[in-house]
Design a protein. Sequence first.
Length: 305
Amino acid sequence: MRTMLLWMARNRFLKEHLPRLWFARRAVRKFMPGETIEEALDAGETFRPLEIGILYTNLGENLTDLDQAKGVADHYHDMLDKVHARGQDAEISVKPTQLGLDMDAQVTLGHLEGLAAHAAEANGSLWIDMEGSAYTDPTLDLYRRLKAEHPNVGVCLQAYLRRTPTDVNELLPLSPQIRMVKGAYDEPETIAFRRKAEVDAAYQSLCVLMLPHAGRGELRLALGTHDTNLIERIADYARGAGIAIDRFEVQMLYGIRMDQQRRLAKEGYRVRDLIAYGDAWYAWYMRRLAERPANVAFAVRQLIG
């Protein structure tokens, strides 16, 4: 199932035609509130009384036109202005290939610098998403260059890549912000763990490595997972080491395990909900289905409900 869904995410014909079908658009509403900034912001308002923060991302990747990349940067600047006007506890997360990385890394860096400075005006962070393994080194290079001038920048790392422990150790001296996810791309076994047990073990090991640094305020650690058993195991380690659970945060996607997001927030965890929006949702949606078998059941219920 996972292999098939990841193949579908890459298939150009399906990417072009499937999003036009009514049942596909209906199914995706489980995971995103709409395609516009206003729909995303309105969804974000529902988390205010729950004391759950927001992370917004405008879907899209691998742009092939620098004018389009500038349009994406302008879009995010507009989003930051509107977040500030509403007084939301919200940050943004961007993909480097959405800002032109496939064409010009220096142009991409300039867009990221502008967004990082804008986010800092509201004491917020700019998160850089991680894409397929071919982009790991270019993305980390962008992150290091940004971090030198913009301490409010975070980066996503993928636990299933065998290289990630080395990446973490190399980033720790920078007092980084790291969002740890399991990984959602179809990577070969030579560079990535493929069995769930291996990925979970790698994820837990990486977080245990980072928790002491988070406890000392040297690292902002975000657990980007819906696996509450894994979250609880990491929290148990933190408590045993004398590290309060509010020294790290949990980031989950809109529409997934909402009951657990509310529970964790009530129990004292710092929780942030990732709200994705936009019309370029197809590949992202297929990877979300591939990440967790239960997501497929959600999608089917949306179709027949």
